[in-house]
Design a protein around this ligand. Structure first.
Ligand code: SR1
Ligand code: MG
Length: 407
């Protein structure tokens, strides 16, 4: 079948005729449930058996804006190939791909409806005790095994070619590293924080640091990144974590993926000031988020070091002391990228539900100001903070003078 966006009926028919998963006589329901920025997502279910699958089909444009923003369909191939690699490296943490159609740019995969999107669960104030160690493990394994520490140089270079993803990278270059820092037409922010946004636009030192981070995103091919590892790309239950949606995958700086998840936990921390009215409850949930951030880094760094000791193939990269030096740089990068990703979600296109679901504009503005402040601090102090034991302590200490942050 040549490319066309599927209807619910066509998706159902495809599931019966092409996919070897349901019986040919199965009675199926089909619902388009996509609420992301880019793609069609269908939930196909057989009520009689409870069997179900997810269809994800790329549209030739960015859904969040419409047909005026054309976008390559090749992102579906990139996503499927990244999912296959990530599944091999972290079998428990990645959904199973059942089928890929290269003409329809359609991936059919495991249904994770028994999980919730982490952004939603966290915004509702739920805690996920295994999220940090699962994500730390995912980061250590996917970033180590796709890097020059492990892959032969020629294979790694062919992977860089396989995952060259210029159009999706351009979205990140614009929306994370460029547009939020001047009066760009794509920006969209709460009018109540106009002065705070103007302060960012005039902050030359901050913009120089952001330029350095953008330069690293443009030019550093350290590992195969997920590329968009925010809390909307993670499904959770109290005991299970699944990382989805790697359509922004490309070879980039390791700190970018680590920074993405840190940023989204920081955004949630700021948003909770608007959601949780009760002081003790707020303090306890924010402490949980800060502990999660610390634990993600600790798990990543510990496991990456262990992998590097046992599995580094390149003789030069095995030099004693080199991994520690390298990880110190990755940590500073992660904090800087986290800062950019916090700022972009407050000022730029594609905000986050954590903040947008605060109904009262004044309360929302307070949370957004807090997020802007933390984003700025993460960028400016990234090297100093990366040399200390816990990011949580730095965030608490930097907030305390502003008044009354929970200890
Ligand atoms: C036009 S796409 C907007 C955002 O959605 C994705 O999740 C990425 O974060 C991208 O920047
Ligand atoms: Mg996505």
């Amino acid at each position: 079948m040549s490319y066309r966006p599927l209807s619910e009926e066509e998706a159902k028919h495809y599931a019966l005729s092409t996919l070897n998963y349901f019986s040919k006589e199965a009675i199926l329901s089909s619902h388009e449930i996509g609420d992301g920025n880019l793609n069609l997502v269908f939930h196909i279910q057989e009520e009689a058996t409870g069997k179900s699958v997810i269809f994800k089909q790329a549209l030739p444009y960015a859904r969040v804006v419409g047909e005026s923003w054309p976008l390559t369909l090749d992102r579906a191939r990139i996503e499927k190939e990244a999912l296959v690699i990530q599944k091999e490296l972290c079998p428990e943490l990645v959904p199973q791909v059942y089928h890929y159609d290269s003409e329809l740019f359609l991936t059919i995969m495991e249904d994770l409806s028994d999980h919730v999107i982490a952004r939603k669960g966290l915004t509702e104030g739920n805690q996920y005790p295994l999220l940090a160690t699962h994500i730390g493990h995912f980061l250590a394994h996917t970033l180590f095994y796709s890097s020059d520490f492990y892959l032969a140089a020629d294979l790694k270079k062919s992977r860089v070619t396989q995952f060259t993803n210029p159009e999706l990278c351009k979205i990140t270059e614009d929306l994370v590293f460029t547009d939020p820092y001047y009066d760009a037409p794509t920006n969209s922010f709460n009018p109540l924080i106009k002065e705070d946004v103007h302060y960012i636009w005039q902050h030359s030192l901050l913009k120089q640091e952001i330029a350095a981070l953008k330069h690293s995103f443009l030019s550093s091919a350290q590992s195969l990144l997920h590329g968009d590892l925010h809390t909307g790309s993670i499904f959770v239950t109290p005991t299970s974590t699944k990382v989805i949606d790697p359509e922004f995958a490309y070879y980039g700086p390791m700190g970018f993926d680590i920074g993405a998840i840190i940023a989204n936990l920081v955004l949630n921390l700021a948003a909770q000031e608007g959601h949780l009215q009760e002081k003790e409850q707020l303090a306890s949930f924010q402490n949980y988020l800060l502990e999660t951030i610390d634990q993600i880094w600790e798990t990543f760094a510990t496991q990456f070091k262990e992998l590097a000791e046992k599995e580094t193939q390149d003789i030069s990269l095995r030099e004693p002391g080199y991994v520690a030096h390298f990880l110190a740089q990755v940590r500073a990068d992660a904090y800087g990228f986290a800062g950019c990703k916090v700022l972009r979600r407050v000022i730029g296109l594609a905000g986050v539900a954590d903040l947008e679901s605060i109904a009262d504009p004044e309360r929302r503005a307070s949370s957004e100001r807090l997020a802007l402040y933390l984003g700025e601090q993460l960028i400016i102090h990234r090297k100093k903070w990366a040399a200390t034991e816990k990011l949580s302590e730095q965030i608490k200490a930097s907030l305390h003078p502003l008044g009354g942050y929970p200890s």
